[in-house]
Design a protein. Sequence first.
Lengths: 132, 132, 132, 132, 132, 132
Amino acid sequence: MDERLKRGLETVAKVNEEGSERIAKAVADLAPDFHRIIMSFAYGDINSRPGLDLKSREIATIAALTAMGNAAPQLEAHIVGGLNVGLTRDEIVEVIMQMAVYAGIPAALNGLMVARKAFAAHTPAAKKPQRG
Amino acid sequence: MDERLKRGLETVAKVNEEGSERIAKAVADLAPDFHRIIMSFAYGDINSRPGLDLKSREIATIAALTAMGNAAPQLEAHIVGGLNVGLTRDEIVEVIMQMAVYAGIPAALNGLMVARKAFAAHTPAAKKPQRG
Amino acid sequence: MDERLKRGLETVAKVNEEGSERIAKAVADLAPDFHRIIMSFAYGDINSRPGLDLKSREIATIAALTAMGNAAPQLEAHIVGGLNVGLTRDEIVEVIMQMAVYAGIPAALNGLMVARKAFAAHTPAAKKPQRG
Amino acid sequence: MDERLKRGLETVAKVNEEGSERIAKAVADLAPDFHRIIMSFAYGDINSRPGLDLKSREIATIAALTAMGNAAPQLEAHIVGGLNVGLTRDEIVEVIMQMAVYAGIPAALNGLMVARKAFAAHTPAAKKPQRG
Amino acid sequence: MDERLKRGLETVAKVNEEGSERIAKAVADLAPDFHRIIMSFAYGDINSRPGLDLKSREIATIAALTAMGNAAPQLEAHIVGGLNVGLTRDEIVEVIMQMAVYAGIPAALNGLMVARKAFAAHTPAAKKPQRG
Amino acid sequence: MDERLKRGLETVAKVNEEGSERIAKAVADLAPDFHRIIMSFAYGDINSRPGLDLKSREIATIAALTAMGNAAPQLEAHIVGGLNVGLTRDEIVEVIMQMAVYAGIPAALNGLMVARKAFAAHTPAAKKPQRG
C-alpha cells in the first residue's frame, strides 16, 4: 500500500470508516480499483492536508452536497462524518438551513430530511466497540 | 427599520458591507425592495443565528458557491467576506480545492480563479478608513 | 405573530396549506424556527407581492423545479399548489413538457412522473371540508 | 419547408425573431442544420401548442433559466421575448426575484443583472420598422 | 407517420426500444403527444444523424447523465442502450468513473449504482425473442 | 516524481499539454500542489486507464462539460483535447448538439460557442514545433 492510500485510509477512519467500507463493498465487483482511487484522492491528497481541520472540511462538504441537491447518499455519509469529527447536530442543522439562502429553500428542506436519517442511524463514536 | 433588517445589516457589516452596498445600488432601480428583503432573510434570519460562528458560515457559503459553479460574483463577495471574518487565504484555498472531490475539478479550478480576483481586490479590514 | 409571517401564512393558505403544514411537522424537532423563517420569506416577502398573480407564480415555480430536477417533493407540492390557485392539469403538463426545450428531455419526463403523483393525490379545494 | 418548421418560425417571430436570427447566424458554419432543428422542436413542436399562452410560456422559461443560472444569453433573449409577448418589466422582475426562494439568492441577483441588460437593449415591438 | 418520426423510431429501436415503449406508456394519458415529439427530436433529428456512431453517442449520453446526477431513470435506460449498441460493461464503467474527475466523486458513485441496476436488468439483444 | 504523476503527465501530453501547463501557471502561487494533485488523479488514475481509448474519453468529457454548462474554460480545453486525440470538428459538434436532447438547447448553444473559440485557437498537433 502506497503512502498516499495509507494516509487516505487513516483520514477516512476519523471521518466515516463505515461509509468508506460500504462504498468499497458496493463497487467491489463493478469497479474494483475505484475505492482505492477515490480514497487516495479524496482523503489521501485532499482531506488530509494540514491547512484546514476536519470539522471545517465537513462543514464545507455538507454545505456543498446540500446545495447541489443530487447526492443524498453522500450527504448522509458526510453528516455522519461531521458528527464523528465533533460537529454537533445543531451546527449541522445550521449549515443545512443556511443553504436556503444560497441554493434555495428546497435544497435546504431536502438536506434536513437527509440529516434526520443520518442522525437516527448515527452511533456516537464513543459507543463503538473497540477495534483490537 | 424593523428588528430583523437591523440585525441583518449589522451582520452583513461584519461580513462584506461593501458587497451589500454594491448589491443595493445594482438593484435599486429594477427591484427597489429586493436588497431589504434579501438582507433581512440572508443575514437577519439566517446568518445572524447564534448556532454557528461567521467563520464557519463563510466556509459553508464558499464551498457551496464553488460547487454550484454558476455564481461567480457572489463567490467573490463571500471570499472577501471570509477574509473579513478571519479566514486566511490558505484556508479559503483549501475549501475551494476540496470541492474538486465533491463537485469536480473544473468547479475547483474556476473557484480558484475567482479567489485570485477576490484576494487582489481585498483591502484588509484593519486598513480601512474609520467610519465616523 | 408579526405582519410578515401573518401575510405569509395567509398566502400559503391559498396555495398549499397542507404542504406547508407537512413541512412544519417534518422540521419541527430538527429546526424549530425554520418553518416560520421560510414561510415569512417565501410567502410573506415574495409570493404575496402584488406585482404577479398566484397562477403566474406557480407556473414559474413549477417550471424552475422541473428544470432543476433535484427537488421532487417541492415540485409535487407546487403542482398541487398550481391546481389550488386555478391552473388546469393540462396547463401544468404544458409547463413541464416545455422544460424539455430548456433543461432537457429527462427533466421533463421526470417532472411528468411527479405530476402524475400530484394529480392522483390532489383533492380539489372545493371538496375539502370546511375549517371552523 | 415543412409544416412544423413553418409553425416554429411563425411562433418565434412573435417571441424574439431577432434572437432566432442571431442564433441562425452564430451556428451557420459550425452546425448548419441546428437552427432549423431547434426552431422546429422548441417552437414548432412545443411553444406553439395551444394549451398555454405565450405570456405564460415566457414566464416559465424566464423562471427556469434564472434558476438554472448557466444560460445568460438565452435568459436575456427570453426576457426580450417576454416583453415582446406582453409581459411588463415589473412582471419579469417579479419572476426573477421569486427564484431567490427556489434556487437561491445568487440566481435571482444574477438574473436581475441579465434583465437590466435585456431591458436596456429592448426596442418595443411597436417602434420597430415595418417589414415590407 | 412522417419521415422524421419513422427515422426516430427506427433509431431508438437500435438503442433501447423497451425504454422507449415504457416512456410511451408512462406519458400516454398525461401528455399523449409527448412520446412522438421527443422521439422525433431526440432520435429523428439528432441521434440518427450520420456524423457520429451510436456507440459514441451513448458514451456521450451516459457521461452527461452521470455528471448531471438528476436523471437516474434515463441514465439507466441509456446504460442499457449502450450495451445494446455494443459498449461493454467495462467501457460503461470507465465512462462513469471518469465523471468523478469532471463532476465529482458522488456523481460517479451514484452512476455506478445505476449501472449495477441496469446491468442486472439487461437481457442481451441476442437472447431476445424475435419479433414477427 | 512518482509513477502515478509520471503516467498522468504522459497522458495529458497526448490530450492537451498546453492546457495543463496553463493550469499549472494559473494556480502556481495560490495552490502550488494542486496541479500535481489533479494531474495525478485525472490523468494518472483515471484517463490513462486502458479500458477506454482517449477519443472515447474526450467524447465523454465534452458531453459532460457541455451538459453541466458551468465550466467553459475546461470545455474549451477538452475540445482542443478532442481534436488532439483525433476527433474531427464535425464529431465534436455532433456531441455538443446531442446535449440539446439531454441538457436542453441553451447548453448545446453555449457549447457550440465554446467550440467556435476552441476551433479558432487550435493549432493542429502535426504543425506544432518539435520539443527536443
